[in-house]
Ligand binder design. Structure first.
Ligand code: ATP
Ligand code: LTN
Length: 333
């Protein structure tokens, strides 16, 4: 890997199966940038246990997610792909940064407020200090850019504040990272809930990357539209959010503009439009699903990928960690 390329880093929690929102909003953009940046992408399994998990499921999802990253176009020869828990430096720097992150700052995080409201019986310290571990994930690699969806912006801003605080005490230890938020596909809405983002917590309106064609067809058939018969397929997000969402999906997977889509379906109804969107999604996900299914069976290959990934990631991460340990005054061996 070339030293002078800018660094890009991001992670997704293996808390469920990857869906069309994750793919169009995040991973597709990661894969398109591979040649211009030095890229690090990981499974944020340590973050995932802030909410109680079934251990066997978490293990399986972590490996499946790695297979899906590769199938989505993240070539392990060009990207460093790894599991967070395989690189101990994340936990080690996470602890140090806990001591440089304020209670008040953590209390203001909307993800903490949302998740603690959702899981009232398990408001654990990890859920609270989650953003300091996320800051460690990013700062360990001296990342220039962090490609994420809109919802993660607040965490990146806190990461920048923590890095600046640390640097102002100890000198230039951390690169100050910037969030990178996609312009198209950044917000895919649920097929049955066109005012809420597509989410695994509403599975009937959520298209999973591993769904078979019949399932995808069925989900699109049930997609919420409206009763407009005059001029149904036109882009009017306020007035017709369901149709706008379908047009956005169709446009992102086919590359067609909204005008082209309107022209294609002029004089036609949802009976023609919905199956066309379903078909385009099926065809764009088909190679990904087939490749992921093949890779999931090839455990030896996946093991080779995550071992090499952890080794490459550890090399960079440990360099930063050693510097931090020295700066804060830990006695060196
Ligand atoms: P949940 O399904 O529980 O809401 P999630 O699918 O959003 O979770 P995350 O781990 O929070 O999972 O998201 C992983 C990445 O995918 C993030 O960068 C996030 O911004 C992006 N993302 C998630 N859902 C969408 C969506 N509907 N549209 C666009 N991007 C999304
Ligand atoms: N918090 C993120 C996942 C995440 C992440 C990161 C993203 C953990 N560490 C570092 C970017 C960089 C989420 O919930 N989507």
């Amino acid at each position: 890997m070339e030293e002078n390329k800018k660094r890009m880093l991001s992670g997704i929690q293996p808390s469920g199966d990857l869906h069309l929102g994750n793919y169009l909003g995040a991973i597709k953009n990661w894969a398109e940038r591979v040649d211009d940046y030095e890229c690090y992408y990981f499974m944020a399994d340590m973050h995932t246990i802030t909410v109680r998990q079934v251990p066997a499921d978490l293990r399986k999802r972590s490996l499946n997610q790695l297979a899906q990253y590769i199938a989505c176009g993240l070539d392990p020869e060009k990207n460093t792909l790894f599991l967070q828990s395989h690189v101990p430096a994340h936990a080690q720097l996470g602890w140090v940064l806990d001591c440089y992150t304020m209670f008040g700052e953590l209390s203001r995080m909307t993800q903490f407020k949302d998740k603690s409201a959702k899981h009232k019986d398990n408001i654990n310290a990890g859920l609270f200090t989650y953003p300091a571990l996320m800051a460690a994930d990013i700062l360990l690699y001296q990342a220039d850019y962090v490609p994420v969806g809109e919802d993660q912006k607040q965490h990146i801003e806190l990461t920048r504040d923590i890095a600046q605080r640390f640097n102002s005490i100890y000198g230039d230890v951390f690169k100050i990272p910037e969030p990178l938020i996609a312009k198209t596909g950044a917000r895919i809405y649920g097929l049955t809930t066109p005012n809420d983002k597509m989410s695994k917590s509403i599975p009937e309106g959520c298209v999973f990357i591993m769904d078979d064609p019949d399932t995808i067809n069925r989900k699109f058939k049930k997609a919420v539209t409206d009763s407009d018969t005059e001029n149904p397929v036109r882009f009017a997000p306020e007035e017709k959010p369901g149709v706008a969402n379908l047009m956005n999906i169709y446009s992102t997977v086919t590359g067609k503009s909204f005008e082209e889509i309107e022209a294609e379906f002029a004089g036609k109804g949802y009976g023609a439009f919905k199956p066309a969107v379903a078909e385009a999604v099926i065809e764009s996900l088909r190679p990904i699903r087939e490749e992921a299914e093949r890779l999931i069976k090839d455990k030896a290959y996946l093991e080779d990928v995550y071992r090499k990934g952890a080794e490459r990631a550890s090399y960079i991460a440990n360099k930063t960690l050693r510097k931090v340990y020295k700066k804060v005054g830990f006695y060196q061996i």
